[in-house]
Design a protein around this ligand. Sequence first.
Ligand SMILES: *Cc1c(COP(=O)(O)O)cnc(C)c1O
Length: 396
Amino acid sequence: MAGSSFYATLNPPARILLGPGPSNVPPRVYQAMTAPVVGHLDPEFTSIMDDTVELLRSVFGTKNRLALPVSGTGSAGMEAAFCNLVEPGDKVIVGAAGLFGDRMVEVAGRCGAEVIPVRSEWGRIIELSAIEAALKQAGKVKLVALVHAETSTGALQPLGEIALLAKQYDALVLVDAVTSLGGIDVPVDRLGIDFCYSGTQKCLSCPPGLAPITVSERGMEAIRNRQRKVQTWYLDLSLIENYWSEGRAYHHTAPISMVYALREALALVLEEGLEARYARHWQNGRALQAGLQAMGLALHAQDGHQLPMLTTVRIPEGVDDAPTRRTLLNEYNIEIGGGLGPLRGMIWRIGLMGYSSTRDNVLLVLTALETVLAEQGFRCPQGAGVSAANKVFKGG
Ligand SMILES: *Cc1c(COP(=O)(O)O)cnc(C)c1O
């Protein structure tokens, strides 16, 4: 089919994206991407850059001077964080209870860090006491790194006490907010986070392609005090910062259309209002979770620490993972995610991120899942999921 329509205009389907990202993109963001490309030093563009920085500060809850989008997806933000903060031999504690924590361990190791992973079962949070034990044992630690919303397990990592503790040990605090930013509160200044990175395609509901970051004065100082240059030229923040501040020194060509899209996506976040947006994510997440449980399904993530924008649910016995997801995609146009690593074939990951987080989508995915599961012999009281979800929507 692809062959016969090779010269036809590209025409991908408009899916209902309820997986671990990307999420659906609002029309205003798509529209921004079709705006004319201007030069990356055009005053019209640099003023859009300034607006984007200001909007980013508001969404990150920070007064940090440095807030900008790194070119590349969320993982580029992760790479930028470790490459700029870590020098060979530095001790780095990484909370690893899922795929993205493991990725941090990998990236920190490649920067030459002496990595001290603090692990937890996939689905559980990292306990304060485990970080404390590692800090006590390690001696001088440069950095403590955590994943706020572990998209591979559905767990919401508490940050406040660990950040405070890290400060007491004079360690920098690094947080992965790829899935949390724009969906739940990521109060960078209030928590004293020194380096926070995110991605565009999760709760910001912008296509993938940029990694918003922000760095505290303490973080910047650590970067300035490096003994040797950052080994990656492309992600060297001292160079990137020169382009994103008054100097406007050419480093690499900004992905113009992606910056338009992010600017518009951030404007939508603030137009809705941060508190209202967080409340929407919480309510839709809780409704979905109540619905799934009423259908007789079990949630995977640790009780009391379930993410609102990404729900992990165990695949019931006798039900096949891949065929279920294929039917949802082919017959209902709905994408949900499968499990990764040790959770492969064990769980599904249902995302309600940004523009995808709606009451309609909660009711739709519950209804579709009930039907598809029934076809595989898993039966639940008819309408139980929707009814439980509706109770949450009605404030029950
Ligand atoms: C998606 C994700 C990433 C990686 O982002 P990419 O855009 O896929 O590079 C990192 N951390 C978390 C928690 C994520 O959910």
